[in-house]
Design a protein around this ligand. Structure first.
Ligand SMILES: C[S@@+](CC[C@H](N)C(=O)[O-])C[C@H]1O[C@@H](n2cnc3c(N)ncnc32)[C@H](O)[C@@H]1O
Length: 281
């Protein structure tokens, strides 16, 4: 009998079905009827290192990539990439995509599927443990894991470059509230919700805002604080960060701007330019 790898390379055309597990079709001219190739067929619910394999429906894969507004400039990583559908779909949209998957058979299946779809150059698959892998260069992270695994990954995700988009099938990030959620997707049979987070820039600390002092506290993408000057103190309300964009109210005036490390600047809604510098963390 042919080895799995030979059978796959020589005679198998694999593709991803629109809404189910991966399927593979074998070319009859290449395979003797008496020795069918031993193509790996994953089973929904099969065990995995930290979580079983259940594929994201293709309808939700498409919706998740829409939610993060994937572009050809993005580098996507799917943590626990299963049969490779998220990575392959991202690569077909022009992005550079990487799957990290512990099960070596799923990795091989994904590589063959990427080859069959003509995106091997942009869709890479690694056999590795997501908790031992460096994916800090990714601009988009996709997940379909479990709440406790999301929570274990959360510190790593929050330390990624501000503006990195994270999107999870079904499961949340505990008290880090999503920036956007979709609750149901047409054409999806189960696990049909998705949640998106945008990694916020870190701004907690004491800032100089012109001749005033601005003190900010931060909980994920939400900020609170106060601005103190000669005329007294005013609370900061409705404070929010989206990647490197900041928006808050001082009294009844809205400030919006861009954060760049230890500096931020922008305009108030009346069009007055403002600038702040970090004095102390
Ligand atoms: C629920 S499936 C999701 C598959 C794929 N991301 C999708 O959305 O279709 C989770 C996958 O994570 C893999 N996995 C579990 N623990 C892992 C770990 N520690 N490192 C890498 N992969 C893991 C499983 O083998 C399985 O394929």
């Amino acid at each position: 009998m042919m080895s799995l790898r030979k059978a796959l390379v020589a005679a198998t055309v694999c593709s991803l079905a629109a809404s189910g597990a991966a399927w593979c079709q074998t070319s009859p001219s290449e395979t003797a009827p008496s020795s069918p190739p031993s193509v790996y067929k994953p089973t929904v619910g099969q065990s995995g290192k930290d979580v079983v394999w259940v594929p994201t429906s293709q309808a939700l894969v498409d919706r998740m990539l829409d939610m993060v507004k994937l572009t050809p400039q993005d580098r996507l990583v799917d943590l626990g990439s299963g049969d490779g559908r998220m990575v392959i779909t991202a690569a077909k949209r022009g992005a550079t995509a990487r799957g990290i998957e512990f099960n070596p058979d799923m990795v091989e299946l994904s590589r063959q599927a990427a080859k069959a779809e003509g995106v091997s150059d942009r869709a890479r698959f690694e056999r590795a443990d997501i908790f031992q892998s460096d994916f800090s260069d990714a601009t988009v992270v996709t997940l379909f894991l479990l709440p406790d695994l999301n929570l274990r990954l959360r510190p790593t995700l929050l330390n990624m470059k501000p503006g990195t988009r994270v999107v999870s099938n079904t499961f949340m990030m505990d008290d880090w509230e999503p920036d956007e959620s979709v609750q149901a997707v047409q054409g999806c049979g189960g696990h049909c919700s998705a949640h998106k987070w945008i990694v916020p820039a870190k701004v907690a600390g004491t800032w100089s805002l012109g001749d005033r002092e601005m003190v900010l506290t931060q909980k994920f993408q939400k900020i609170e604080g106060s601005v103190r000057g000669k005329g007294g103190s005013a609370p900061i309300t409705e404070g929010r960060i989206e990647g490197t964009r900041i928006s808050f109210m001082v009294g009844n005036e809205r400030y919006t701007g861009e954060i760049n490390g230890t500096a931020m600047q922008g305009k108030t809604e009346r069009g007055t330019p403002w600038r702040a510098r970090l004095r102390q963390l």
